[in-house]
Design a protein around this ligand. Sequence first.
Ligand SMILES: NC(=O)c1ccc[n+]([C@@H]2O[C@H](COP(=O)([O-])OP(=O)(O)OC[C@H]3O[C@@H](n4cnc5c(N)ncnc54)[C@H](O)[C@@H]3O)[C@@H](O)[C@H]2O)c1
Length: 410
Amino acid sequence: MKIGFIGAGFIARFQAVAIEQVRGIEIAGLTRRRGSEALAAFCRERGLGEARIFDSIGALANHVDAIAIYVPNYARIEVMEQIVAAVQAGAALKGVILDKPLGRNMQEARRMVELARSANLRTAYFENQIHMRAIRTQREQLLPVMRSMGPLTLTRSAEEHGGPHEGWFWDPTRQGGGVLLDMGCHSIAVGRHVLTPPDKDLLFLKPVSVSAEVGLLKWGQPHWREQLLKTRGVDYAKTPAEDFATGMITYRNPETGQLVKAQFTDSWMFEKQGLRLFMDGMGPGYAFEVNTLISSLSIFIGDVAAQAIADQEAALEKATASRGLLAVQYNEADLYGYTDENRDMLQAFSAGRDAMLSWEYGLEIQRLVMASYLAAERGRTLDLTDPAVLAELETYVPAIQQGRGHDQLL
Ligand SMILES: NC(=O)c1ccc[n+]([C@@H]2O[C@H](COP(=O)([O-])OP(=O)(O)OC[C@H]3O[C@@H](n4cnc5c(N)ncnc54)[C@H](O)[C@@H]3O)[C@@H](O)[C@H]2O)c1
């Protein structure tokens, strides 16, 4: 399958590394943008495909079977409108891929779904954590135990690091919020997935209620706020976003009525070695735990040797230290699930169907993220079975996203 990339930044490169591990996908083209020459050279060096650079989305669409949208959150709709225009003008695209989140709010997310359906495109919502082999393997391993003992009743999911790599992520109006949208969407999705019995549909569990809190614990402090303004051009004295979020979503099993809970915690103020994904789950008499900072490889670099370090991020995404005992993950693309989400998309699009996670699935996650913002803003638990709450979420735009997070966060 010939894939075209729109966007040539951080995730596009990570996905190229993942695709190197999947047979049958060729990175055939990219649109011209900051970073596209370097990414094209990387793809060609590694034999990942022709990686031809096109000046327009329309030209790219005529050269590939599927398009992956790897652009900032604020640019998704304009990009998708151009893809749809290309299909209407005759491009024979099979499907579109979008890395999380689907939009900044429900209205944007719905628009993305409508656009894809209007052009009869198959969709893949890339939520890598659901594809992590650690998550898939524990589910396969525990299925017989669940059948005899009953399902998991509690899960905790966390994604944490020291803060994003580009200014637009920090700006709540462009990104759509702070860490709750950026990384909470991962933890909320994987939490729901982990609690869902492996032999049931992805949306089997029915959301009952959500409570959440957000905070600006590090980057609102004067020293860090100034650093953020200097390095990222975003002023948290005026338009702050949350660097910490936590919450609890309760689900009901529609067959048994049993209530189960998924707790999420996400932060941009994590001071350990680098990115950590943590998930655990408790069932009656059994449990699992995933911690991506535990690797079979650790490296020690003492002070005298530290000058020789060229690139600390080679050890781990968002690495914060280049000496001492370093956690090293040598295949992060696979560890985090990027490899298997591409493999799933390839099989699905080749068979003419949506990926395991469609954009409609992404919409369900968007709703839970927006509900978490609303619960935090109101300071109370929301009833997710109340039609009035669900209706409100359709047009809700969090105050933080509107650039009015001052009262809530400072
Ligand atoms: N699944 C994950 O773990 C993960 C990790 C990082 C990012 N992401 C998601 O991927 C998306 C991109 O993030 P990133 O980190 O690569 O960002 P980035 O800023 O590193 O790269 C964005 C790329 O998009 C290009 N771009 C900007 N506006 C554009 C437009 N209007 N049209 C075409 N191209 C445009 C930029 O030139 C750049 O090449 C975000 O939505 C983010 O949420 C997901």
